[in-house]
Design a protein around this ligand. Structure first.
Ligand code: GLC
Length: 493
C-alpha cells in the first residue's frame, strides 16, 4: 500500500507531545510490515545534529494560499525501517520557537500556517507522482487534507481515489478560526456550512476532517466513548455521534526497543523484572541530577509532560505541599503555560531536596526519570491515550492516574483483593488524587507487595505490532468505503 502519513510533529525533528513519538513509531512499524510509507511534516527549528541528517530533494512546491502561490522546499530524512520522511520548508511560517505557539499562546497566523501545511502535503504527493492509496491525517493541523481530497484535489492524479483516515489525538485542539480566514483555504463559501466546516460561526478544521474522512479513529477505547459526551466532546460530540459508524479506537503502542531498561543507553544501570537491582542505582543518579536528597527512603514521584490545565496541573499545584507532607519526593519535567513554570519553580525553591523542576523536555532525562522514579503521577482532566504511563510501567515505575481515556485503558487499579498495575482515581479533585497517592504510599511500605506490583507493570506488553495490524485493517476498510457507492462524497461541490 502507498501511504501518506501526515503530522506536524515527528520525533526526532520536532516534539511537543506524544504525537511526535506515534508519528515516528507507527510509520516505521508499518514500513517494516511491507508498506510504502511517506511521512510528511514541517521543517521547523531543530537541533543542528538532527538538521544535518536531512537532504534537499530538489523539489520546489508551489503552494496556493488564497490568490498567492508560495514556494516551499522539500527535504528528505530517514526514519529507519524503510519509512521515508519529507519535511516542508517555508521559513516565514515555520522557522519559529514552537510548532503551534509559545508559552504565551498560539501563533496568530495559525490558520495560514496549517492551510499551507495541508496543501503542501497534497502538492508533494502530486509532485512525487505515485498513485496514493491512503492518506492518514493526524489532528487539526492537517485535518483539511480529507476535505481537499474530496474537493480541490478529487481529480488531481495521483490523489484521485485516495482514501483518508482522520485520527484524533486531542479533540480539544480543533483549529478554529474566524470566517474572514475562509479565502485562505481556497474553498468556496459552500464549504462554510453546518454540514461542512462551520461550527458556531467559525471555521473548524477538525470538524472538516471528521466529516470528510472515510474513517475516523482515536487512540484509546475509553476516549472513543468519552468524546461522544459533551464534557469531553468539546462541541464536536454531535458531529462524532452522527459519524459513529465510522469511528474506531486503536490504542497506541510504545517502542519496546527504545524503551528497554535492560539496554537503555541513557541509564546509569540496567535492570529487568528478573533483576531489579539497577533501578536503585538509577534513582540515586536521578536524585543527584535534580539535587534531591540522595539517601532518602521516601518514594520519588515523577510528573512529566506538558504543563497545562488538561494534564491536571491545577491538582498538582494545589496538592504539592500535601504530597511533601505525606512523605513523597517530587521530580517534575515539562513545558507549558508560563504561569505553571513560575508556580512550580517557586514550589521547588520552597522545598529544597524534596521537590525539583526542570522546564523543557529532554529525551535522555525522560528515560532517566522513567527508570529512577517509584511513581508516575498523571492526573489528567482528559487523556486520549498517554504514553508516559506505558513507558513508566515498562521501567517498573508505578502509575498513579485519573481514570480517563487511555489512562483508564492501560492501568488496572491495585486493590486489596485484586492485584493491579497502578492506582486510579475517578474525581478530578485534589483530595481524590491525594487519596490514590496515599494508597500507593501504603503499598510502597509493603516490600513484597510492591515488588509484585513493579513486576506486573514490567510484564505488560504495549508494543506496536497489534496496533499496526489494526491500522492496516482500517486502511483497507477506508479504501473500500472510498471506492464503494457514495465514496466520492458530494459535499461542497
Ligand atoms: C496527544 C494526546 C495523548 C496521546 C498522544 C498520542 O498528545 O494528548 O493522550 O497519547 O496524542 O496519541
Amino acid at each position: 500500500m502507498n501511504l501518506f502519513f501526515l503530522s506536524p510533529e515527528v520525533w526526532p525533528f520536532a516534539r511537543v507531545g506524544g504525537l511526535a513519538e506515534v508519528s515516528h513509531d507507527l510509520p516505521r512499524t508499518l514500513a517494516a510490515r511491507g508498506h510504502r510509507v511517506q511521512v510528511v511534516t514541517l521543517k521547523g527549528r531543530m537541533a543542528p545534529e538532527v538538521a544535518e541528517t536531512l537532504e534537499p530533494t530538489g523539489i520546489t512546491l508551489e503552494v496556493p494560499i488564497s490568490w498567492h502561490k508560495y514556494q516551499a522546499q522539500v527535504f528528505k530524512g530517514d526514519l529507519g525501517a524503510g519509512a521515508e520522511v519529507y519535511l516542508i520548508q517555508h521559513d516565514r511560517l515555520y522557522d519559529r520557537e514552537g510548532i503551534y505557539g509559545n508559552a504565551f499562546g498560539d501563533y496568530e497566523d495559525n490558520c495560514e500556517r496549517f492551510v499551507f501545511f495541508s496543501r503542501a502535503c497534497l502538492e508533494l504527493a502530486a509532485a512525487l507522482g505515485r498513485p496514493v492509496d491512503m492518506v492518514h491525517a493526524n489532528d487539526w493541523t492537517n485535518a483539511l487534507v480529507p476535505v481537499y481530497l474530496k474537493t480541490l484535489y478529487a481529480e488531481v492524479e495521483p490523489l484521485a481515489g485516495a482514501a483518508s483516515l482522520m485520527t484524533v489525538h486531542n479533540l480539544a485542539r480543533q483549529g478554529s478560526f474566524w470566517h474572514y480566514d475562509m479565502p485562505l483555504l481556497g474553498l468556496g463559501w459552500e464549504c462554510f456550512t453546518p454540514e461542512t466546516l462551520e461550527l458556531y460561526g467559525k471555521i473548524n478544521f477538525l470538524k472538516g476532517g471528521l466529516i470528510f474522512a472515510d474513517l475516523i479513529s482515536t487512540v484509546s477505547p475509553s476516549y472513543a466513548r468519552e468524546m461522544l459526551l459533551p464534557e469531553i466532546g468539546a462541541e464536536l460530540q454531535g458531529v462524532l455521534q452522527a459519524r459513529r459508524d465510522r469511528l474506531v479506537a486503536v490504542l497506541n503502542g510504545i517502542d519496546n526497543a527504545v524503551w528497554d531498561p535492560a539496554t537503555d543507553p541513557h541509564l546509569a544501570a540496567h535492570f529487568s523484572a528478573e533483576d531489579l537491582a539497577g533501578k536503585a542505582v538509577c534513582q540515586r543518579d536521578l536524585r543527584e541530577i535534580f539535587g534531591l536528597a540522595r539517601d532518602s527512603r521516601r518514594p520519588l514521584v515523577a510528573v512529566i509532560g506538558r504543563l497545562e490545565d488538561r494534564k491536571g496541573l491545577e491538582l498538582i499545584v494545589a496538592g504539592l505541599e500535601d504530597m511533601v507532607a505525606m512523605g513523597l519526593d517530587l521530580v517534575i519535567m515539562g513545558y507549558g503555560g508560563d504561569h505553571y513554570h513560575n508556580v512550580l519553580k517557586a514550589a521547588a525553591e520552597a522545598n529544597p531536596g524534596r521537590a525539583a523542576v526542570r522546564i523543557g523536555h529532554d529525551m535522555a532525562l525522560d528515560h532517566k526519570i522513567m527508570a529512577g522514579a517509584d511513581l508516575l503521577l498523571m492526573p489528567s482532566r482528559f487523556e486520549p491515550c498517554g504514553l508516559h504511563q506505558m513507558h513508566a510501567m515498562r521501567y517498573g515505575t508505578v502509575p498513579v492516574v485519573r481514570a480517563t481515556g487511555g489512562l483508564n485503558d492501560t492501568v488496572r487499579d491495585h486493590l486489596p483483593d485484586s492485584p493491579g498495575m497502578g492506582f486510579k482515581f475517578q474525581d478530578f479533585t485534589t483530595p481524590a488524587m491525594l487519596e490514590a497517592l496515599d494508597r500507593a504510599l501504603e503499598t510502597f511500605g509493603q516490600g513484597e507487595q510492591w515488588q509484585g506490583l513493579i513486576k506486573r507493570c514490567m510484564w505488560v506488553d504495549f508494543s506496536w505490532q497489534g496496533a499496526a495490524a489494526r491500522y492496516e485493517e482500517l486502511y483497507q476498510r477506508a479504501i473500500e468505503l472510498r471506492r464503494g457507492p457514495g465514496g466520492e462524497g458530494l459535499l461542497c461541490r
